[in-house]
Design a binder for this molecule. Structure first.
Ligand SMILES: Nc1nc2c(ncn2[C@@H]2O[C@H](COP(=O)(O)OP(=O)(O)OP(=O)(O)O)[C@@H](O)[C@H]2O)c(=O)[nH]1
Ligand SMILES: [Mg+2]
Length: 253
């Protein structure tokens, strides 16, 4: 069985953490820790009360948090969980199943059959459509018929440390998740997705307003097009392109 770390990623999420943590079974993970972005509220105290070790990130931003998570990780893989209500903690064990099957990047998708996206209740699904456009572009440019990702900006995901290290990720801001997907496609990591239901933020406000986030994603995408595969760590070429099973087959649970 793969040794896995569960990583909480938090910035001022005291209400979400207080509501979600008591419902979680943390005993299934080899390590559990949080990467915090200088929370001004009681987030860190609540996490520590439930036995979760909290590290402050040395580089600001969501990408900085991801890099800190990798730096702190002593296991084979990391599952990223954001305890603000958007993500269903009951889906976390599904990542373990896929990691044990040898997948290197696993994403809880809000875009595939059986999933629910917060925008699904709206007539104009602006955020969903924008994210589907980003997915279409990266799949067309870097994916293949059998190796595609439907939810490229979803942070609720798991990645093997070996896979992560091949990607040389360098975005310190909110574009880290999309960059991870693009480079995973470039490097032919073994990718799987399963459907998830997106919930509502329990309290507080988003850290990522749509328009500046969209512009940042676009800039990062253009840079990735320019860089091609030169950005990957040496050794990526040895990785074989692994056939991805169909979405139905990948929906194991
Ligand atoms: N450690 C760390 N966590 C962050 C940072 N920015 C955001 N987060 C956390 O990352 C997660 C995602 O941020 P959100 O603001 O919820 O982004 P979002 O899910 O697109 O927005 P909502 O739909 O409003 O929830 C949350 O758990 C935040 O607390 C940061 O700079 N450092
Ligand atoms: Mg959120």
């Amino acid at each position: 069985m793969v040794n896995v770390s569960l990583v909480f990623v938090t910035r001022n999420e005291e209400v979400g953490v207080a509501e979600i943590l008591p419902q979680m079974d943390l005993s299934r993970y080899a390590e559990v820790y949080a990467i915090d972005g200088c929370s001004q509220d009681a987030t860190c105290e609540i996490l520590e009360r439930y036995g979760v070790k909290v590290y402050q990130q040395s580089i600001p931003g969501l990408g900085g948090a991801t890099m800190e998570a990798r730096k702190r990780c002593k296991t084979d893989a990391m599952i990223f969980f954001h305890p603000d209500g958007n993500e269903d903690f009951r889906d976390i064990p599904k990542f373990l199943e896929y990691l044990d099957l040898g997948y290197e990047l696993i994403i809880a998708s809000r875009m595939i059959k059986g999933a629910y996206n917060e925008d699904d209740s709206k007539i104009f699904k602006i955020r969903k459509w924008a994210n589907l456009c980003f997915a279409l572009i990266s799949n067309t440019l870097f994916g293949s018929r059998k190796c595609k990702v439907s939810d490229v900006v979803q942070g609720f995901r798991a990645i093997s440390c070996a896979g992560y290290d091949r990607l040389n990720l360098d975005q310190t801001n909110c574009t880290i998740d999309y960059q991870m997907v693009i480079r995973a496609l470039k490097a032919h990591l073994r990718i799987a997705e399963f459907p998830t239901h997106e919930g509502h933020r329990i309290a507080g406000a988003t850290n990522f307003a749509s328009i500046p986030t969209g512009i940042a994603e676009l800039k990062m995408l253009l840079r990735e097009i320019r860089l091609g595969k030169s950005c990957l760590s040496q050794g990526y070429a040895q990785t074989s392109q692994v056939m991805q099973p169909s979405l139905e087959k990948r929906n194991l649970l």
